[in-house]
Design a protein around this ligand. Structure first.
Ligand code: FMN
Length: 189
């Protein structure tokens, strides 16, 4: 059975990002893919300590013992990953950035990727600004950096004009729900 890992970078369990991620998960489950969803906010993940242990030992492992060990193991055991994150201050949330920094063991100093080959990654972003171009550069950079690990970047979507409780709920945005469903449906194709 194929496996997918869904990482949610919002602190809100029932926010717009989690709702869209659930649509992607539904599509994966309908294809018989086993999914694991993790809210990064629930975990204890330190920033990279710059010890270079992974580089000195030339391993795709991290010396820092915290919940990131669990995420590394889940990533290794998955065929695909969906990263779902809101935009905070023109970039991904701090929880999501911590996860990215701790992917350092998967990027060698020559920028050669160390992730086992063939794993896919797709992205779901949300923001409250209606203009989709506003944070295009930081979003692209984030996806590029994730791709440097060797994860194969497949799809991405950006849900704009979303602010749970202040703007029309994402549950009524059928266009976005459909896009999120497609992200899940296509992840492992
Ligand atoms: C601290 C904070 C910073 C934010 N910064 C931005 C921002 O820079 N640009 C933007 O469009 N939305 C920003 N937002 C809005 C969120 O990205 C948006 O409401 C998102 O859909 C929240 O996702 P959630 O409901 O899954 O938590 C910010 C929200 C918070 C709480």
């Amino acid at each position: 059975m194929k496996k997918a890992l869904i990482l949610i970078g919002s602190p809100r369990k029932k926010g717009s990002t989690a709702t869209l991620a659930a649509e992607a998960e539904r599509a994966l489950n309908e294809q018989g893919v086993e999914t694991t969803t993790i809210f990064l906010n629930n975990l204890t993940i330190k920033g990279c300590q710059a010890c270079y242990w992974c580089k000195k030992n030339d391993v795709a492992e991290c010396a820092v013992r915290d919940d990131m060990q669990k995420i590394h193991a889940l990533m290794q055991g998955s065929d695909g990953i969906i990263v779902a994150a809101p935009i905070y201050f023109a970039g991904v949330t701090a929880q999501t950035k911590l996860w990215l920094d701790r992917l350092f063991p998967y990027i060698s100093l020559t920028l050669a990727p160390k992730m086992p080959e063939g794993k896919k990654v797709s992205f779901i972003f949300t923001q409250n600004q209606p203009d989709a171009t506003l944070f295009e550069t930081p979003i692209r950079t984030f996806m590029h950096m994730v791709g440097l690990t060797g994860l194969c970047v497949k799809d991405s979507m950006l849900g704009c004009d979303l602010d749970a409780g202040n703007k029309p709920p994402v549950e009524g945005r059928t266009d976005l729900l459909e896009q999120a469903y497609s992200i899940g449906k296509n992840l492992l194709l």
